[in-house]
Every structure is written in structure tokens, then in C-alpha cells.
Design a protein around this ligand. Structure first.
Ligand code: B1M
Length: 209
């Protein structure tokens, strides 16, 4: 089994204590950080599939999530080849009712690496909390909302509506997350949709320039 396959299997099994060492070994063998990351994202897909079929339950899903986060910590310095130019502030959060933050954290990491100062509001962020953060940071350039549940897509819609219907200006709103589509982003009036963290960083730079 290749080191990358070992990383993937370790995330799937939720072996949090082993993952850091294996990720480092995979990097030492010359694998790119992106390939290791994609393997871990693939593992979470397998975990999600097993949850859907009732093979595993929430605790196992939670442990796999924690394992992936530990793996990402080892990749962080490699992924964050920080751009020294300051492109301004980005406020990011997972919308109200949604506790998923692994993808949101990756988006935050990549946007920070692209040269933004990231203000991470965390998970379960209400439209009001997004508004308060924007008011407290009137120079914000990007507001980024993540959602992982179909049931929290309405909260994303409410957040974008609150922000867009306010008198606050000077920033663009980006959305993303597994259930979000370009059509949904258009429908709710977001300025941009991107499918993954890398694309989000590229789009944020484009929107802020
Ligand atoms: Co949950 N969960 N979960 N979960 N979970 C999913 C999302 C699910 C698809 C699993 C399944 O059924 N197959 C399903 C949602 C079904 C649906 O809505 N249609 C689901 C469910 C049902 C639930 C609960 C309701 C389960 C329950 O309690 N019965 C519950 C909800 C809790 C809540 O939020 N209120 C729940 C809970 C959890 C845990 C807490 C146990 C844990 C989260 C831990 C954590 O985040 N700290 C968890 C996990 C781990 C998952 C899966 C297995 C993995 C998610 C993940 O981290 N993926 C997930 C199944 C899956 O995704 N296949 C699942 C890896 C991550 C890198 O990908 O977050 O998609 P992702 O991010 C991507 C892109 O989406 C994008 O970039 C990232 C890649 O570069 N992206 C953006 C994300 N945000 C973006 C923002 C952008 C741009 C791109 O611009 C702003």
C-alpha cells in the first residue's frame, strides 16, 4: 500500500494518533501536499457514503473528521505558502445550524495563503453575526459562507439576503459547500460560487482586485 493510500485508510478508520506521522511520511516521500489533501478528502467521501448506508454512525463520522483535521494541521505550513501582499480582509463562517467546518477551514487556509487577513467566525453563524462582523470591519473585501447540509441552504440564503439588502457595501459575497450549486448561488444573489478551497482563493483574489 502506498503512503498516500495509508493516509486515506487512516482517515477512514479514524486513527487520529497515527495520521500526523503518516502525512509527514507521505510528504517526505515526495508526494505533494495537494495529493495528500485530496486523499483525505476522498476518505471523507467514503466515510459519508458509509454513514448514508448505515454502516457507521455520527460518532465514527466525528472521529474521522477529527482525524482529517489532525492531518491538515501537518499540511498547513506546506499549503500556506503565504503571499506577502495584503489583499484585505475576508470574513468567513459556516452558516446557522451547520456544524461542519473542515471544508470551511480549508477555504480559510487557502484564502489566508492567498494574502487575505481572515476573520473566521466559526460554525453555526447566524445572519446577524455575519452582519455584526461586517459592521465591525467596514474595510472587509470578501464575505464567505459555507454550508454542508441541504437543510442549512435556507440559512445561507437568509445570510446572503441580509447582507445584500443592507446598506453595507464594498465587499463581495462568496458561497460554497457540498450541496451548493452555481445555480443556487445565482438564485440567492451571491457574487460567486466555487467548488473547492483552491478555487475559492483564486476567486477571492479576482473579486478583491
Ligand atoms: Co455530517 N453530513 N452531519 N458530520 N458529514 C455530511 C455533510 C453528509 C453528506 C453525510 C451523508 O449523509 N452522506 C450529510 C448531509 C446530507 C445532506 O444534507 N444532504 C451529513 C449529515 C446528515 C450530518 C448530521 C445531520 C448527522 C446527524 O446528526 N444525524 C449532522 C449535522 C450536524 C450539524 O451540522 N448541525 C452531521 C454531523 C457531522 C459531524 C459533526 C459528525 C462531522 C463534522 C465534523 C466537522 O466538520 N468538524 C460530519 C462529517 C465529518 C461529515 C462528512 C462525512 C465529511 C464532511 C467533510 O468534512 N468533508 C460528510 C460527508 C461528505 O462530505 N461526503 C457529512 C471533507 C471536506 C474537505 O469537504 O466540507 O465538502 P467539504 O468542503 C469542500 C467543498 O465543499 C468546498 O471546499 C472543500 C474542499 O476544498 N467548500 C467551499 C466548503 N465550503 C466552501 C465555501 C466556499 C467555497 C468552497 O466559499 C465560501
Amino acid at each position: 500500500m502506498s503512503k498516500i493510500d495509508e493516509v486515506k485508510a487512516t482517515v477512514e478508520k479514524g486513527k487520529a494518533k497515527l495520521v500526523g506521522g503518516l502525512v509527514q511520511e507521505a510528504l517526505n516521500e515526495g508526494n505533494s501536499a495537494d495529493d495528500v489533501l485530496q486523499a483525505m478528502i476522498g476518505a471523507m467521501g467514503v466515510v459519508g457514503g458509509k454513514f448514508s448506508t448505515g454502516e457507521i454512525f455520527v460518532p465514527e463520522m466525528l472521529i474521522a473528521g477529527k482525524t482529517m483535521q489532525k492531518g491538515v494541521e501537518v499540511l498547513r505550513p506546506v499549503l500556506a505558502g503565504k503571499d506577502s501582499v495584503s489583499l484585505g480582509k475576508c470574513i468567513i463562517g459556516t452558516v446557522e445550524g451547520d456544524l461542519h467546518d473542515i471544508g470551511k477551514n480549508l477555504v480559510a487556509l487557502m484564502i489566508e495563503s492567498a494574502g487575505f487577513e481572515v476573520i473566521d467566525l466559526g460554525v453555526d453563524v447566524s445572519a446577524d453575526k455575519f452582519m455584526e462582523a461586517i459592521k465591525a470591519n467596514p474595510d472587509v473585501k470578501i464575505v464567505a459562507c459555507s454550508a454542508l447540509l441541504t437543510t442549512t441552504m435556507p440559512a445561507m440564503k437568509a445570510t446572503v439576503a441580509a447582507v445584500k439588502d443592507s446598506s453595507l457595501t464594498g465587499f463581495k459575497v462568496m458561497v460554497g459547500g457540498a450541496p451548493i450549486t452555481p445555480e443556487f448561488a445565482d438564485e440567492i444573489g451571491a457574487d460567486a460560487y466555487t467548488p473547492d478551497a483552491g478555487a475559492a482563493a483564486v476567486k477571492a483574489k479576482e473579486l478583491a482586485s
